[in-house]
Design a protein around this ligand. Structure first.
Ligand SMILES: NC(=O)c1ccc[n+]([C@@H]2O[C@H](COP(=O)([O-])OP(=O)(O)OC[C@H]3O[C@@H](n4cnc5c(N)ncnc54)[C@H](O)[C@@H]3O)[C@@H](O)[C@H]2O)c1
Ligand SMILES: [Zn+2]
Length: 364
């Protein structure tokens, strides 16, 4: 197992990355000196596949686990699910020393983390992410929360897990489209932080698409290292952590106007990152060859790189961007790239230029 440390003082924790880690979740939790009782929170797709193995491993290590299953998909990230989890935790008499294991994708991780942050004013939780997106992004960094009708992630907290275990074997059953969507975040790390990672992705993408275990191990670990370093420097997003939002200004707005249905998050930020690369070329001198490499790798990963919007949709896109990010005097704030591997945050970009860039994009 490879290990990455998230350095946050007395809230520091370890990310374990490797194969067959589900069988070790009990032993790993035992080392954290937690109470006996624990809840495994999972969803209807993940629980039937991996729930038993997790419960078995926890029982073998002397814990008394029980399973809470929520519906699969974004709708499960709701206050209704939170209430249902609280009721089940209370019925099983979880105590201050008890803990929660989040077994699933980003939806389960965000929900279970929020439940852990608030139940009895906070009990320990462990992340066992089972999607590529959750392994390289959402399980690390402590942003937890749920959605309201008015918008995504409007209720939440910063609450760090005690441990993250990325079992690469769980990715084998992930639907192809979900896997490719996760790659959009992987590619993002190369663009924002690590030109060598980007080169490696160009070289090894075919192996990654085949989910080759050695390639996956290296890539997931590197992405976790980058996220750990960024979060370690800026836990609550007062500065540097904003670079993780590369491609997300347009991406989030696209998700919002298409009703969180048409695009997966990774697909929307793929379009957003290609647009951000073009804006970077216009405003920050990102070489044209870098824009081409960025566009090409998203295409090779089977992700969309542009979008056709009717004028009315474009209007709604800008309204959504306005809600998502602070706007002043007709300008939006963007993370822009100087070159592959180096970005700057907080760049003001004129709305007209953003609109022209989106208009010129072609759905790939
Ligand atoms: N907290 C953060 O920092 C952060 C960062 C990025 C995204 N997020 C959140 O993460 C969520 C998206 O996460 P996601 O992309 O993992 O989606 P998800 O949790 O909905 O999982 C995607 C689908 O795959 C299924 N699934 C999960 N693991 C599987 C497996 N191993 N085999 C088969 N099916 C499996 C799920 O049941 C679901 O249907 C969003 O709500 C987003 O807001 C949070
Ligand atoms: Zn994202």
């Amino acid at each position: 197992m490879q290990s990455v440390k998230v350095p946050l003082g007395n809230r520091s924790y370890r990310i374990g990355i490797g194969r067959r880690l589900l069988d070790r979740v009990g032993a790993e939790c035992a080392a954290l000196q937690l109470g006996h009782r624990c809840a495994v929170i999972s969803d209807r797709h993940v629980a039937p596949r991996f729930g038993k193995a997790a419960l078995r491993a926890l029982t073998r290590a002397g814990f008394e686990p029980f399973l809470i299953t929520v519906p699969a998909g974004e709708t499960a990230k709701s206050l209704k699910s939170v209430q249902s989890c609280y009721d089940q935790l209370a019925a099983h008499r979880l105590e201050r020393k008890s803990f929660i294991v989040a077994l699933g994708g980003g939806v389960v991780g965000d929900l279970a983390g929020f439940v852990a942050a608030t139940y009895l004013r906070g009990i320990a939780f462990v992340q066992v992410p089972t999607t590529l997106l959750a392994q390289v992004d959402s399980s690390v960094g402590g942003k937890v929360g749920v959605n309201l009708k008015a918008g995504k992630n409007l209720v939440g907290a910063f609450y760090q897990p005690r441990l993250v275990l990325c079992d690469l074997d769980t990715l084998r059953t992930l639907p192809e489209r979900e896997f490719r969507a996760g790659l959009a975040e992987v590619i993002k790390y190369g663009i924002i932080f690590d030109a060598a990672l980007f080169n490696r992705l160009e070289r090894d993408l075919h192996r990654l698409l085949k989910r080759n275990p050695e390639t996956l191990a290296h890539i997931v670990a590197r992405c976790c290292e980058i996220k750990a370093e960024v979060v370690g420097q800026d836990e609550t997003e007062s500065g540097l952590r904003a670079i993780l939002n590369f491609g997300h200004t347009i991406g989030h707005a696209l998700e919002a106007i298409s009703g969180y249905g048409k695009y997966l998050h990774g697909e929307a930020i793929s379009i957003g990152q290609v647009a951000a690369a073009q804006l970077s070329a216009a405003l920050l001198g990102l070489p044209k060859s870098d824009v081409e490499r960025i566009t090409a790798i998203f295409q090779r990963a089977g992700l969309p790189t542009g979008v056709h919007l009717q004028p009315a949709q474009m209007k709604r896109l800008f309204a959504a961007m306005q809600l998502d990010k602070k706007v002043s005097a007709g300008e939006l704030k963007f993370v822009l790239a100087k070159r592959i591997g180096q970005v700057e945050f907080g760049h003001r970009v004129p709305k007209d230029l953003v609109a022209a860039t989106i208009r010129m994009s072609s759905p790939g």
